[in-house]
Design a protein around this ligand. Structure first.
Ligand SMILES: Nc1ncnc2c1ncn2[C@@H]1O[C@H](COP(=O)(O)OP(=O)(O)OP(=O)(O)O)[C@@H](O)[C@H]1O
Length: 553
């Protein structure tokens, strides 16, 4: 049904229901094609924008009112008497006229809004289309830090889906310091940024502020390239087994198995859920191997766009493809004599799996665009959270490669299966974060510890770190109590959550701000998420918006 038809039904049901009048709304096209209307009169209405009252002798009066959008007549509201109520209609003409006036203003305003929404949707669709046709990873972020548009390439670099990131906070994509750097930019420029997941390190991007009426409205971020680590061992201190905290039997077994094979050159496969410590293990193995003075190079196969992955791994010669402005070594070459950590190997496309197999078998690589073989001596450590055996069955993962890399599998158990490690880990990270944030050391109350022990930790140690960071920052006193824990650990205790949040809203604004952010992180920064957050807070959506504005969220 067209917009005006819907509006017509609405007016008849809700506004003119108890009156002797009935309305019809007709667009210019409909009127000019209608045989029973006075065409000359209609033309006049469209030209002059004046309303007219037609009182023909012997018949009931009809009122024709123009509906205008931005002063231009777009349609006409025709008001006539209902059957057998002509007299009443004539006697209430003044009142009916006022109602019809209001109806026209209302219809015009709503139609204008509808048009604006349509224009907006159309513009969004165009932007989306442009974004999806560009192969360079890019995104559009509002000046308040909300991701307005992003293409698959950049989303996959962050290891997330585009649809998940849309409408989310930029903190889901970039580190806080990168965002601060962008906010300080008033002109187009290049800058080094860091993706939130830290896996691929720095990226070089062009940042273009987009202004509207002299105010920066959003930023267009276009990734130029990944900053390939030169020799990673030179730049960062790698982890060692001593830093793997925990006393559980399952963890001890995993450490024991890893230590036993660390010294050799065998290919190792680390298996475990996300955030369990696979990279920590990989670094520790390298640090304890004969190769410890040589490079340790990481590549996350899921986080790099598929069309960049091959050149990242194997390098390219100048001119091998558009954009290959100079020779570039791949990560295998950079890792020569050291260790390469192929994270999320299950996401490696099939054609690259064949190339990896060749590296393992022949110990040589060729850069893209060159047929010169380069000898490579690297130890390969792979990691995955996926069921590789199923991928092999589904023919998404090569069987021969699977057998070559899975000779020594090491299973890192999820946190929920080794809860006895939790107190040690929490204690460790409380100390670490207090030190970094220059805050006095804190202790955890019994009940808070029990709550954390109850929680199922789907995000494993990485999630636990975030939770500890949250309460170390939030708790003003010496003891961390239930009140300082983030909402997500109360998953099953919805009632408690509600009460706590309501208390929080009445207390300090810092608490309120972090609670709102937390709720939005949990339910999403899109309208649906905000509605849910507002209902949890027990306030209207409009109040939530007001508070967000006040608290600069
Ligand atoms: N036993 C542990 N003791 C101390 N810190 C740990 C332990 N296990 C993991 N961590 C820390 O938890 C964080 C996540 O670990 P890591 O990145 O190694 O996990 P991952 O399994 O590689 O995750 P993903 O699959 O998502 O890449 C890191 O900061 C790591 O140092």
């Amino acid at each position: 049904m067209s917009f005006y038809k819907k509006f017509e039904t609405y007016l008849n049901h809700e506004v003119f229901n108890d009156t002797p009048g009935i309305v019809e709304i007709k667009t210019r096209k409909e009127l000019l094609e209608a045989p029973d209307v006075d065409q000359q009169q209609m033309r006049e209405i469209f030209q002059t924008g004046m309303k007219s009252v037609i009182i023909a002798p012997g018949s009931a009066p009809t009122l024709n009112f123009p509906i205008k959008i931005r002063l231009k007549v777009e349609a006409v509201l025709l008001l006539s008497p209902k059957n057998n109520r002509e007299e009443e209609f004539a006697s209430k003409l003044g009142y009916l006229e006022k109602l019809a006036d209001l109806g026209c203003m209302w219809a015009g305003g709503s139609a204008e809004k509808e048009q604006v929404n349509k224009d907006y949707d159309l513009a969004r669709m165009k932007v989306k289309r442009v974004f999806s046709t560009l192969t360079q990873p890019l995104c559009l972020v509002s000046s308040t830090g909300v991701i307005q548009e992003i293409n698959d390439q950049l989303a996959s670099m962050a290891g997330k889906r585009r649809t998940i990131l849309l409408g989310e906070r930029i903190s889901q994509l970039l580190t806080p310091s990168s965002w601060e750097r962008i906010l300080g930019e008033t002109r187009k420029g290049e800058m080094q940024l860091r993706l939130h997941n830290h896996r691929e390190g720095d990226i070089l991007a062009t940042v273009q502020p987009i202004t509207y009426e002299r105010e920066i409205e959003s930023y267009l971020i276009i990734v130029k390239k990944l900053k390939t680590p030169k020799s990673e061992t030179k730049h960062r201190k790698l982890h060692t087994f001593a830093e793997i905290k925990g006393i559980s039997e399952l963890l001890r077994q995993a450490i024991h198995a890893a230590r036993r094979v660390a010294k050799g050159d065998a290919t190792i496969m680390l298996r475990g859920e996300s955030g369990t410590g696979k990279e920590l293990f990989a670094q520790s193995i390298h640090s304890e191997s004969e190769r410890k003075e040589k490079p340790f190079v990481t590549i996350n196969c899921a986080a790099i766009p598929k069309d960049l992955l091959e050149s990242e791994l194997f390098g390219h010669e100048k001119g091998a493809f558009t954009g290959a402005e100079k020779d570039k070594p791949g990560r295998f070459e950079i890792a020569n004599k050291g260790t390469i950590f192929l994270d999320e190997i299950g996401d490696m496309p099939l054609y690259l799996q064949a190339k990896i197999l060749r590296v393992i078998q022949e110990k040589t690589i060729e850069r893209i665009g060159s047929n010169k073989s380069i000898d490579i001596d690297v130890r390969i450590i792979t990691a995955t959270h996926q069921n590789l055996e199923s991928l092999v069955k589904e023919e998404k993962f090569r069987e021969d490669l699977y057998y070559r890399i899975s000779v020594i599998p090491i299973f890192i158990p999820p946190l929920r299966e080794r809860k006895e490690d939790l107190p040690i880990l929490i204690e460790h990270y409380m100390r670490e974060f207090s030190k970094v944030m220059k805050l006095p050391p804190k202790r955890l109350s019994e009940e808070a510890l029990h709550k954390l022990l109850d929680y199922h930790w789907p995000g494993n140690i990485r999630e636990m770190q975030n939770v500890v960071r949250h309460f170390v920052e939030l708790e003003i006193g010496e003891t961390v109590t239930l009140k300082s824990l983030p909402l997500l650990v109360f998953d099953k205790d919805e009632e408690f959550t509600l009460k706590r949040v309501a208390d929080a809203s009445r207390s300090s604004s810092k608490l309120e701000k972090s609670e709102i952010i937390h709720l939005l992180d949990r339910y999403g920064w899109h309208t649906e998420g905000k509605k849910k957050a507002a209902s949890v807070l027990g306030v209207s959506l409009a109040t939530l918006y007001r508070r967000m504005k006040k608290l600069h969220i």
